[in-house]
Write a protein that binds this ligand. Sequence first.
Ligand code: 13P
Ligand code: ZN
Length: 269
Amino acid sequence: MISILDNKVLLARQIEEVAEVAGYLWQKGWAERNGGNITINITDVIDDEIRQKEAISGRMPIGRTLPHLKGCWFFCKGTNKRMRDLARRPMENGSVIRITDDCNHYEIVADKPVKPTSELASHLSMHNYLIGKGSNYKAALHTHPIDLVAMTHHPPFLKKDVLTRLLWSMIPETRAFCPLGLGIVPYALPSSFALADATIQQLDEYDVVMWEKHGVCSVGENITEAFDKVDTLSKSAQIYLTAKSMGFEPEGMSQEQMNELKEAFGLPK
Ligand code: 13P
Ligand code: ZN
């Protein structure tokens, strides 16, 4: 009984955390209309009562087999649902899904029939990839930050690690708290498997990935951590843009200063 209650509380807290972050995305101006999406892997906090619930949808195809997701449960933003509404009423604007045993379909298990985000291909592919590599990351965020997306309209910034080095050099925090930097995915059709595949390829090296002329994807242990990485990168982008709007090219920290940070904090790159 105690463990059932525990799981209910833990699940409620995780959904509260999603709602809190959804509010930040709206306040930041990163979430126009239904822009962006969130998924969290809630498998560990599903109790027997929820586990035994009947699905309220038929078996919906994912479009591919994701073998590591067998028996997994996710809370997802609903497609066409607004972040600002997810912030206020998460259960009306989000969807609880479980992956069927063939790892090829999902079912909606919740009181209201909310269809999960159209970026499910990317989100589930990211979770499948993370579980496959033994990661403890449970959250995936996709959002549309104005500054970072604007930077992807400049082809020189799309070359490997150019944007990473620029953003790292704007303020020490970005070097320290986004130590893997920022991967780049060339433009691909939203919600496509092409976008999903290119994204998980980048996750090999990065845990934040830009989708050219569209948005950013970030993964983390929880949704707050996934948000914080994007927020930190966006801060760097703001510093860069502010300096440019004052009419000068920001000098940036030197390579030597960044190496010093790497040594001081034992950063991986
Ligand atoms: P959804 O409303 O389906 O989540 O789509 C929003 C989005 O940002 C697509 O890339
Ligand atoms: Zn999007």
